[in-house]
Design a protein around this ligand. Structure first.
Ligand code: LRH
Ligand code: MN
Ligand code: MN
Length: 386
C-alpha cells in the first residue's frame, strides 16, 4: 500500500550544501588531511558544484564567515554561477575568538557584545554582495558552572543584540536562529531548544525563523514533533541536516537513523514545508574519515531517498485508518511507504533529467578526485579542530 511520487513532486527538492564540508575536519583529537582538500573558498565552491552537477539537487552553497572570507565577493559569486550554483546562507561565527570565551551576543561586557553585533552587521553586508537571503546565527554562548552568570540577564542581552542585528536586515533578508542544547557550554546554553529560538524569533518579527539542526537535541527527542509544531507556527526557517549516534556527530545524513529522517520528511510534507523555499534544507556535516565530495553526494542522495519514500505515503489510506481509529493499519500504511524501494524510480527520474542514474558511481568515475589530489597541495581545514 504505497503510491508512486510524480516527477513534479520529486523535482521540488533543493538542498543547500555547506562550504565547510569540503575542508579538512576532525575530532577534538585529530584533524585528518584528505588529498585534494580545497585551499580557498573558490575551490570549496568548485567541489560543491560537483555535487549539484551529479545529483541536480544542490544548487546553492552555504558560506561561513570568517572561514570563507574573500576580498572580492563578486568574483566568488560569478565563479559559483559559472559552475552552475549560487551562494546561499551566510553563517556568522562568534565561537573562535578569545573575546568570546564567556559569550558573544550575551556577553556581560558591552564592548564584546558590540564586537559580536558588528560581526553580524558585516555578515549582512556580505549577504548584499553574495545575493544571499539568509543570515544564520548559531551561538556557542552559555556557561559551564551554576552561578557563573545570570541566565536571565543573558536572555535580556541576547534579545537586545538580536534586535539590533534584525533591524539591519534588508526587507528580502531573513535571520535564521539555530538552537543546540549543549556544547561548547555544558551547564547552560543560551539558545538550547526550539522554544527559546522561537521566543526570540517571535519577538523579532516575520523575518526571523528557527533553524532545526538534527544533531542538536537530547537523545530520544522526537524531532518530527518539533518539525510539525514549527510548521504550524510558520516559524520553521531551515534545517541543518546531519546524523548522529551520540551527540553532535555531524555524520552523513541518514547514516545513523534513516527511519528518523523519513519521519522528519513525512512531517515536512504534511505541514506544507516540502518544496517551500521558506523552509530551506541545508546539510551541516563534516567528514572526518571519508572523502568529502562523495560524502556530500551520499547525504544528498539519502535525503532524496527519504523524500521519495515519504512521497510514497498513501495519505488517503492513512487518513482513513486514523479516522477509523485503526492504530495498526495507520502504522502499517506509514511503514509501507518507508519499506518502498524507491531506488529504481529515482534512477529513472534522474535519467529523464539527463543526470547519471547512479550519481555516486558517475562522480567516482569522472576523475575529479584524482585531478584535485594532483592539483591542490596544502588544503585548509574546515575551521576548527587544529
Ligand atoms: C554548531 C553548528 C552550527 C555551526 C556549524 C559549523 O554545532 O551546527 O550550525 O555553524 O555547526
Ligand atoms: Mn548546524
Ligand atoms: Mn552542530
Amino acid at each position: 500500500m504505497a503510491v508512486t511520487p510524480t516527477s513534479a513532486e520529486l523535482d521540488r527538492l533543493r538542498i543547500e550544501v555547506p562550504s565547510w564540508a569540503y575542508g579538512n575536519s576532525g575530532t577534538r583529537f585529530r584533524v585528518f588531511g584528505t588529498p585534494g582538500t580545497p585551499r580557498d573558498p573558490f575551490e570549496k565552491v568548485a567541489d560543491a558544484a560537483q555535487v549539484h552537477a551529479h545529483t541536480g539537487l544542490a544548487p546553492t552553497v552555504a558560506l561561513h564567515i570568517p572561514w570563507d572570507l574573500v576580498d572580492d565577493w563578486g568574483a566568488l559569486r560569478r565563479h559559483a554561477e559559472d559552475l552552475g550554483v549560487a551562494l546561499g546562507t551566510i553563517n556568522s561565527n562568534t565561537f573562535q575568538d578569545d573575546d568570546y570565551k564567556l559569550g558573544s551576543l550575551t556577553h556581560v561586557e558591552p564592548r564584546i557584545r558590540r564586537k559580536a553585533i558588528d560581526h553580524h552587521l558585516q555578515c549582512i553586508d556580505v549577504m548584499r554582495q553574495t545575493g544571499s537571503r539568509d543570515l544564520k546565527v548559531w551561538l556557542a554562548d552559555g556557561t559551564n558552572y551554576p552561578g557563573q552568570d545570570s541566565i536571565r540577564e543573558r536572555q535580556d542581552r541576547l534579545a537586545e543584540s538580536l534586535a539590533e542585528i534584525y533591524a539591519a536586515l534588508d526587507d528580502d533578508h531573513r535571520m535564521v536562529l539555530e538552537y543546540k542544547f549543549f556544547e561548547p557550554a555544558f551547564y547552560h546554553t543560551d539558545i538550547p531548544d526550539w522554544g527559546t529560538s522561537y521566543v526570540h524569533c517571535a519577538a523579532l518579527g516575520e523575518q526571523a525563523k528557527v533553524v532545526l539542526d538534527t544533531g542538536h537535541h537530547a537523545p530520544g527527542t522526537n524531532i518530527e514533533f518539533i518539525v510539525a509544531q514549527l510548521l504550524r507556527l510558520g516559524k520553521l526557517g531551515a534545517f541543518d541536516f546531519n546524523s548522529r549516534f551520540y551527540a553532535d556527530d555531524d555524520l552523513m545524513v541518514g547514516a545513523a537513523d534513516p527511519f528518523q529522517l523519513f519521519r522528519i520528511v513525512v512531517e515536512l510534507i504534511a505541514g506544507g514545508g516540502y518544496g517551500d523555499p521558506d523552509v530551506q534544507l541545508v546539510l551541516d556535516q563534516c567528514h572526518n574519515i571519508e572523502a568529502k565530495v562523495p560524502g556530500q553526494i551520499r547525504s544528498v542522495l539519502n535525503v532524496q531517498e527519504a523524500v521519495a519514500k515519504a512521497l510514497s505515503l498513501d495519505t488517503a489510506a492513512l487518513d482513513a485508518a486514523r479516522r477509523a481509529g485503526d492504530v495498526l493499519l495507520a502504522n502499517e500504511v506509514l511503514m509501507d511507504a518507508y519499506a518502498t524501494d524507491v531506488r529504481p524510480l529515482l534512477a529513472e527520474h534522474r535519467a529523464s533529467k539527463g543526470l547519471p542514474e547512479d550519481p555516486m558511481r558517475a562522480f567516482l568515475a569522472s576523475g575529479y578526485l584524482e585531478r584535485i589530489a594532483e592539483e591542490r597541495q596544502g588544503g585548509v581545514q574546515a575551521g576548527w579542530g587544529a
